[in-house]
Design a protein around this ligand. Structure first.
Ligand SMILES: Cc1cc2nc3c(=O)[nH]c(=O)nc-3n(C[C@H](O)[C@H](O)[C@H](O)COP(=O)(O)OP(=O)(O)OC[C@H]3O[C@@H](n4cnc5c(N)ncnc54)[C@H](O)[C@@H]3O)c2cc1C
Length: 302
């Protein structure tokens, strides 16, 4: 006999965990699937989550999981969800995992986050230790240091450089082959920010700490960290396969409270917009989506 749930949550990041807590406290039978692929697992500390500033990502997760244990209707499953379908023989969704197990659920909450992609694969070695993508998360730790801005699109370069200038004025911009318009160049010149447009050949450092950036021209520029602008993508196609409508900007269309356009499918956290936000925002969105799920179940069954 297959396990049946009121709601299955896919993803145990702040969005999914916060939703699980809310639904568990609302006495709903839920399962949360979490496979440890959260993108912030590479970082040493998380910042800006009120009362948890500086916490390690794993410790954040452990505390949340421990809190969930107080609620007997919550199951936490360390498994990868590979497929979600509407079950033909019932009104439930059928959730399949990579170890060939299947579960039925009345509602589904997608909280699977996003992942980043770098044009320069070497950035991975430094990402989370001396190179970051969110100044609000890690700008304070890099304040006043000699920093690199690495981005390959003029709007992103301009946005990130202006933003990071607030934390350090010792900035050098690396465009990895892109020429900048006079407008942007003038902005940077005014603030004495140097720009290298040559293609980046390599990054040098030790144990995640950046020391220098080597260009195809042979120059090797000393920097001790910096900010990058990656591309972001959803690591799965669940929302599309379940016929959730996607807006022109790539965000999944919702009612603003986690309900997608597909009946019974809800979404929360970074996977909704397909772009980066923060632990606090994701947790709040998880709470909001859980309230919608609970309300819908309440009305449907009353
Ligand atoms: C280097 C770095 C530093 C950061 N620093 C900060 C910071 O200091 N402060 C801050 O507020 N934010 C920080 N962030 C951003 C923060 O991590 C995200 O905003 C937040 O984690 C988004 O929450 P989420 O729940 O939407 O997604 P995630 O936290 O990514 O959670 C999604 C979860 O889904 C699980 N999952 C995905 N697919 C499956 C599947 N098929 N089956 C089972 N499980 C699945 C993953 O294991 C993952 O845990 C940082 C990010 C990075 C990369």
């Amino acid at each position: 006999m297959m396990n049946k749930y009121d709601c299955i949550i896919i993803g145990g990041g702040p969005a999914g965990l916060s939703a699980a807590l809310t639904l568990g406290r609302a006495r709903r039978k839920i399962a949360i699937f979490e496979n440890g692929t959260n993108r912030n697992r590479v970082t040493q500390e998380s910042h800006g989550f009120l009362t948890r500033d500086g916490i390690k990502p794993q410790a954040f997760k452990n505390i949340a999981m421990k809190e969930l244990e107080s609620y007997p209707s919550i199951s936490i499953l360390d498994q990868t969800v590979i497929e979600i379908n509407e079950d033909d023989s019932s009104d439930f969704f059928l959730v399949n995992t990579s170890n060939n197990e299947s579960y039925l659920s009345e509602k589904i909450l997608l909280a699977t986050g996003i992942q980043e992609e770098f044009n320069l694969p070497q950035i991975r070695q430094y990402y989370g230790k001396s190179m970051f993508s969110c100044p609000y998360c890690d700008g304070w730790e890099l304040r006043d240091k000699p920093l690199a801005i690495i981005a390959e699109n003029e709007a992103s370069i301009s946005h990130m450089t202006k933003l990071v200038y607030n934390w350090s004025q010792d900035l050098i911009v690396f465009t990895n082959g892109l020429q900048l318009s006079d407008n942007v160049r003038n902005d940077f010149e005014r603030k004495k920010i140097k720009v290298y447009t040559a293609v980046i050949k390599n990054l040098h450092g030790d144990d995640g700490n950046l020391f220098s950036i080597e260009l195809e021209t042979g120059e090797n520029i000393l920097r001790s960290g910096g900010f990058v602008v990656p591309s972001f993508y959803r690591p799965n196609k669940f929302a599309k396969q379940l016929n959730c409508q996607v807006g022109e900007n790539g965000a999944i269309i919702t009612d603003g409270a986690g309900r997608t356009t597909a009946d019974g499918i809800y979404i929360a956290g970074e996977t909704e917009k397909g772009g980066p936000s923060s632990l606090m925002i994701a947790a709040a969105e998880g709470f909001k989506a859980a309230s919608s799920i609970n309300m819908d179940i309440t009305v449907e069954r009353f």
